[in-house]
Design a protein around this ligand. Sequence first.
Ligand SMILES: NC(=O)c1ccc[n+]([C@@H]2O[C@H](COP(=O)([O-])OP(=O)(O)OC[C@H]3O[C@@H](n4cnc5c(N)ncnc54)[C@H](OP(=O)(O)O)[C@@H]3O)[C@@H](O)[C@H]2O)c1
Length: 252
Amino acid sequence: MGFRLPGKRALVTGASRGIGRAIAVSLADAGVNVAINFFRHRGPAEEVARDIEARGTRALLLRGNVADEEHVERMFEEIKEQWGGLEILVSNAASGVLKPVSHLTLHHFHWTMDINAAALLPLVQRFILLPSEGQKCAVAVSSLGATRAIPNYAAVGASKAALESLVRHLAAELGPCGVRVNAVSAGTVDTDALKHFPNRDELLGEALKRTPAGRLVTPDDVANAVLFLCTDMAAMIQGHTLVVDGGYSILA
Ligand SMILES: NC(=O)c1ccc[n+]([C@@H]2O[C@H](COP(=O)([O-])OP(=O)(O)OC[C@H]3O[C@@H](n4cnc5c(N)ncnc54)[C@H](OP(=O)(O)O)[C@@H]3O)[C@@H](O)[C@H]2O)c1
């Protein structure tokens, strides 16, 4: 896309696969050093690190559960020790229980909220304590389920609604300190995450049929929007949720 952010330092959570991986690689293409957070699968994260280093920027592998405050603390200590500071945070990692509301327990609900929404709080709290060269920018990855009712998506949808609200509150409070906080809300993207949907084929078929752009959203489409929000071109975009769905959500 031609955006350059040479020498900046970024942490991307859940960067070992899917959308997170595309974000990490696109930041590296723009000259950014990228810390790759993963939790369960080290192999794919190591592959991303190799992709990043092949682009001439630095990679740092950080294993940790974003829903565990001690893990988050440890990841930021490691970044401070290795790199000294951080300019970009992309909160992308997500998980969640996909069930009809009649089968959802409070345990499922809290577990999903902790990973997808609450984790942003300790991440941003540690992020703003690290030194940076110039302004800081945080981007959270959300989904259309924040504002729409989707079968089996109640817990994840509610977590994304909370995430987008938290983004606005963080933006209002941290804006005066030179921190921008925004979200990118993606339409359906065919990643590993969709394998857990009991109605995966129906979801993909419906998304393709209804999307005015005539194709599905790709991980790179989401990564391009995140990269844009990290640049000075987006200097006055604050507390916003940028929808990347090829027009899917404008239809009645
Ligand atoms: N796919 C879609 O249709 C879609 C649409 C809209 C928005 N999104 C959003 O886009 C983001 C990425 O989705 P995706 O489809 O690329 O997901 P994905 O393919 O399932 O990848 C999830 C990533 O998150 C990591 N992760 C999971 N739980 C974690 C935890 N507790 N702590 C740290 N890392 C964790 C995984 O690492 P390990 O494998 O090592 O655990 C993996 O790198 C999510 O926020 C998702 O809600 C996705």
